[in-house]
Design a binder for this molecule. Sequence first.
Ligand code: GLC
Length: 566
Amino acid sequence: MSGIAMDVSQNGSVRSLDTLCTVGEIEECDFSRLSDRPRHLNIERQRSLSELSIGLSPRFSSRNAENSFRMMDHIENIFSPGIRSGLNTPRSQSYFEPHPMVVDAWEALRRSLVYFRGQPVGTIAALDHSEEDLNYDQVFVRDFIPSALAFLMNGEPEIVKNFLLKTLRLQSWEKKIDRFKLGEGVMPASFKVLHDPVRNYETLIADFGESAIGRVAPVDSGFWWIILLRAYTKSTGDSSLAEMPECQKGMHLILSLCLSEGFDTFPTLLCADGCSMVDRRMGVYGYPIEIQALFFMALRCASLLLKQDDEGKEFAERIALRLNALSYHMRGYYWLDLKQLNDIYRYKTEEYSHTAVNKFNVIPDSLPDWVFDFMPTHGGYFIGNVSPARMDFRWFCLGNCVAILSSLATPEQSAAIMDLIESRWEELVGEMPLKVCYPAIESHEWRIVTGCDPKNTRWSYHNGGSWPVLLWLLTAACIKTGRPQIARRAIELAESRLLKDNWPEYYDGKLGRYIGKQARKFQTWSIAGYLVAKMMLEDPSHLGMISLEEDKQMKPLMKRSASWTF
Ligand code: GLC
């Protein structure tokens, strides 16, 4: 846990999108009302039939065919967005008998709702009163994503809209660490509602990294915000929210931050350690896969949401160029399979000029022993990080799943990632889905890389711990690649323990058998992640809100590994 609630006085003076005003003033003018224009149904933006056909891919078993048919039954629903089946009931209940855990999870998810001036605006990170709060009593942007998806899938988009608008408002705060001002577009890591019992008044306080342990800004928040805006638009058919000038401006600010020119020689985004889900020092500084995959996905979502005015068009052009370069770089240099591993093993070093094969001068001796055993004959993955003379060969779950969902991975690479998960099931899933990364770092390496972090000891927390929240990402990736049986297996494992263990934040151990040393209970994203996984498996058409089809124009020209066919 890296953030600490921020003192409200630190935000005494803040800026709105266009003018300078105070927190109170900002909170007074609620521009969410401006968007209450009548919704128009944009069939284009609904889950399309071509996306539905994902479920009919040849790898589907007869059970999956069953699902696909059920999916067709849902077409009626697809064209009636935003309809609630009844208060406090999961919508899917009317179609199948829910697992008892589903009912429990919905109750727990609703208990985690956070209200601001009478409106639900998010979900609290954890409702565990037995542990010190730290900042687990805040609404985290990244943690809210599975909650938001669950609500969207259940036909309850209002909370998602409120969240998007409130966080947008927070983005316009002036953000400072000591005397240094952060970029305008930075979105908060988390926020909290403060009640003033004397004035009977509520205000929001937020953390942009200036209170977080380690003082790291959440690079992922802005990307998740854009991805969620697209999920909302896709699922409701309501494009009026994304079209609001405030939302367009919010996107422009995020894009200006990540598309700015500098000293970079790579199209990937340079980041500090701890700037995303792994929010402590874990050796993920540089160009971590999680951020690059989210960057790619957010750029693709933004290009769908940007208005075609002068500014929008200019951003769209910059996005197209960056996407092209980014996919080329990622698909080539981050991809590791048996053939590529063997090539690196045999690399020559100190090559100069454009003819260099080993472009980043990676020394073969830096290949860790474990990777030779871990690499299956069939399969591959995007490695954790690539920078000069440094390849982080660790497997990171979130980055690889988002690469599949955003189509950063080619269809062949996506299939290879799933092959790897299947053949390394014990290592990556074990007894509780799913390892945040593999393998853990230990001993001397742990001391150097984590700075002796007692929370990130081997096979715990971010260091090879198992996080149930990742189940929704795995399930989405499974559905997209036509392998729902893998998700089903993982969900069954989660069902054997999650409720009984009170929805822990993470599990420890090589197999994920033990409730995490410092894991919070009733961790909201563990609950929501399970619900999203269940709902998506039951109705694969939900996948459309969080998945993008391959953009055929983005195919790279080079061919580096025999196992890809472009
Ligand atoms: C921990 C996790 C982070 C999460 C937060 C709230 O700090 O590392 O990813 O957002 O808790 O659950």
